[in-house]
Design a binder for this molecule. Structure first.
Ligand SMILES: NC(=O)c1ccc[n+]([C@@H]2O[C@H](COP(=O)([O-])OP(=O)(O)OC[C@H]3O[C@@H](n4cnc5c(N)ncnc54)[C@H](OP(=O)(O)O)[C@@H]3O)[C@@H](O)[C@H]2O)c1
Length: 266
């Protein structure tokens, strides 16, 4: 049978996309291609009922099949050669750093290439994706891609020149936030709280603070001021974070990640 969506690469991001897409749109016939028999079998168990195959076959591809490319940058060239033989006319790439022009060069003339940068909360439909279209994209290609990415959370459209910045910010951001959460859990333990209690306090505060920010319409600054009485305990804690340059650490972290994204694309 032919599929509407073929996700190539059943790793972290490919699995998140296939899971999110199947949950929100079970009507979209989706296939995952994961190389290697053992890994394909393990991926099939994890993603069931989404089918998983080891490689492309002609009968998987129909006139309206689109591919979502979810492999590492150094694995792309081999995959493009495989896609080029199948007649697929639309390729969505989540590969960090690789430009649409670079991908188009490895595909038959006229293939529509859309770059997308989702993040891992996509697995529970709470991610955010940025997308940009390449030279051959029509409005229909962009609208179709947006409708697929919307099953994973919210979507923003940006010019392709902004994709390194997006990758460094929202693509990598779950890792930055988990580091903050880990550190705060450790800080609670250092103050004599059990690890379980500290974890619950931190994780629930993290979720609640995000929800408050999202629903209140207030700025992060005003929500921070609301917790900070003059001369109080929160002010004492914030003074340490400011003196240790936490803001500039985040600025530099995102700048380094954006530079790495540019390097990966060269
Ligand atoms: N993880 C994130 O948070 C995130 C966020 C946004 C974008 N991305 C982008 O998503 C892409 C994938 O990242 P990832 O973290 O999901 O990597 P990953 O976990 O390593 O997954 C890549 C998968 O693709 C498989 N693969 C490689 N070549 C293949 C081929 N020719 N046919 C079929 N399967 C093939 C790999 O199999 P093997 O194990 O055999 O190599 C692996 O299972 C990257 O380009 C990254 O820039 C990731």
């Amino acid at each position: 049978m032919s599929y509407e969506v073929i996700v190539v690469g059943g790793g972290r991001m490919g699995s998140a996309i296939a899971t999110g897409l199947h949950r929100a749109r079970p009507d979209v016939a989706t296939l995952v291609i994961q190389r290697g028999a053992a890994k394909a079998e393990e991926t099939a168990r994890r993603l069931s009922p989404v089918p998983v195959e080891e490689s492309f076959r002609d009968d998987q591809v129909g006139p309206s099949t689109s591919v979502i490319l979810c492999v590492k940058p150094d694995q792309v060239d081999g995959v493009l050669r495989g896609i080029a033989l199948t007649g697929v006319r639309r390729v969505v790439s989540v590969v960090a750093g690789l430009s649409s022009a670079r991908l188009e060069a490895g595909l038959p003339d006229g293939t529509a290439v859309i770059r997308a940068m989702p993040n891992t909360p996509a697995a529970i439909g709470r991610g955010v994706s940025a997308m940009s279209g390449g030279a051959n994209c029509t409005k229909a290609d962009l609208d179709w891609t947006e409708s697929i990415l919307e099953t994973l959370g919210s979507v923003v459209r940006v010019p392709e020149t902004k994709m390194d910045a997006v990758s460094a910010l929202s693509g990598a951001m779950p890792a930055y936030l988990y580091l903050v959460v880990e550190s705060l859990i450790e800080a609670g333990v250092h103050q004599g709280l059990s690890r379980d209690i500290s974890t619950q306090l931190v994780v629930d505060t993290f979720l609640g603070s995000a929800e408050l920010l999202h629903t209140s319409g207030d700025t992060p600054e005003s929500l921070r001021h609301a917790v900070t009485s003059p001369g109080g305990l929160t002010a004492a804690g914030l003074r340490i974070l400011e003196s240790r340059s936490v803001r500039s650490a985040f600025l530099e972290a995102v700048a380094a990640a954006a530079e790495r994204s540019r390097q990966l694309g060269r």
